[in-house]
Design a protein around this ligand. Structure first.
Ligand SMILES: Nc1ncnc2c1ncn2[C@@H]1O[C@H](COP(=O)(O)OP(=O)(O)OP(=O)(O)O)[C@@H](O)[C@H]1O
Ligand SMILES: [Mg+2]
Length: 319
């Protein structure tokens, strides 16, 4: 601590001093008000923080991890090609209820392709070809009716994409599609309210459910899209960088929602944000150029990555 009452003193002039009259700066005496603290070796959390460069992890502490339930989807030796481009290479992964699987990796490594393949959207791309097996509750997804499959395995995209209709109608959309007869608004209302509540949006929109969805903020639109997905009662929720267009506050709301939802769903989230993967992921899969380089429990992967490429990626050597 600097003592404000301490007098400064000038050292005696020596012959080495410049002759142009420039004096060296005055020496100030500094008194310490306590003994210096001895630094202890870093904890595992500190190592994780150093690896990810995120100091907020220290303040937040270690997140509580989900409890893995039954394996809902199984990916076995999956390859996806776009023409000659082998975009996903022989990937095998389990997707379990009760936990969040975070997919990380640099741009173009096949994360979105993998997610879209789980939702059977890749087959809409003319040049795409798939090999390997994906099952939902043990059944080959190719043998399931595709609309029903997409209801059970629902997807939320990077850019919020609400329909140009009211908040209510956005959430009711899937319910109306599912019913043989078009149900009345009064019948749908409790389901719409429930989905909005589960998506953490209800309090912000309850005063006017007829409000146009496109006039909501970006964070609200993304939660509306999550509510729309939840209204269809999916069993697996796929989220492709759901927070990349959002501010930190909206991101926080959605992360809390993801952690809450994992109790009832299996969730896969693609994220470029390593801190987000650490905060919400129970397992992490690191992909690089289409390969699944490493997969493991989040704390293990961040504290003790096995592959050199994973270490470099989470250490920030490449993005
Ligand atoms: N519709 C498509 N048609 C042809 N090639 C595609 C298509 N979509 C993706 N690809 C190619 O497949 C590879 C993987 O792309 P993908 O979008 O899955 O990567 P990503 O990991 O999600 O990247 P990002 O982090 O930038 O979103 C890339 O080489 C990409 O150019
Ligand atoms: Mg992508």
């Amino acid at each position: 601590m600097i003592d404000p009452h301490e007098k400064t003193s000038r050292p005696a002039r020596t012959t080495d001093e410049p002759a142009n009259g420039m004096m060296p700066p005055p020496i100030r005496r500094i008194t310490l008000d306590s003994q210096p603290t001895v630094a202890l070796p870093p904890s595992q959390d500190a190592v994780a923080i150093a690896n990810t460069g995120d100091r907020s992890l220290a303040a937040a502490g270690r997140p509580t991890r989900g409890v893995a339930g039954p394996e809902r989807m199984t990916i076995s030796d999956l390859s996806v090609y776009y023409g000659d481009n082998h975009a996903v290479k022989h990937v095998s992964l389990p997707i379990r209820q009760g936990e969040v699987l975070a997919l990380i990796g640099p741009s173009g490594c096949g994360k979105t392709t993998l997610l879209r393949t789980l939702n059977r959207l890749t087959e809409l791309t003319g040049t795409a070809r798939r090999e390997g097996l994906i099952t939902l509750d043990g059944t080959d997804i190719d043998s399931l009716e595709v609309t029903e499959h997409r209801r059970r395995v629902s997807m939320v995209f990077q850019q919020p994409n609400p329909f140009p209709m009211s908040v209510f109608d956005n959430v009711a959309y899937a319910l109306r599609e599912q019913g043989a007869k078009r149900p009345k608004k009064k019948v749908l209302e409790p389901y719409v309210v429930d989905a909005l509540q589960r998506a953490g949006l209800y309090d912000e929109v309850s005063s006017n459910l007829d409000h146009p969805a496109l006039r909501l903020s970006g964070g609200q639109q993304q939660r509306l899209c999550i509510a729309r997905a939840l209204a269809a009662r999916p069993e697996v929720l796929l989220m492709d960088e759901p927070c990349s267009a959002l501010d930190p506050k909206s991101t926080n709301v959605i992360e809390e929602l993801i952690v809450e939802l994992r109790k009832e769903l299996a969730i896969v989230i693609v994220t470029h944000n390593l801190q987000q993967a650490y905060r919400v992921g129970d397992h992490v899969a690191f992909m690089y150029l289409g390969d699944l380089v490493e997969y493991g429990p989040t704390d293990d992967l961040f504290d003790n990555p096995k592959a050199a490429r994973t270490r470099d990626y989470i250490g920030g050597a490449f993005g």
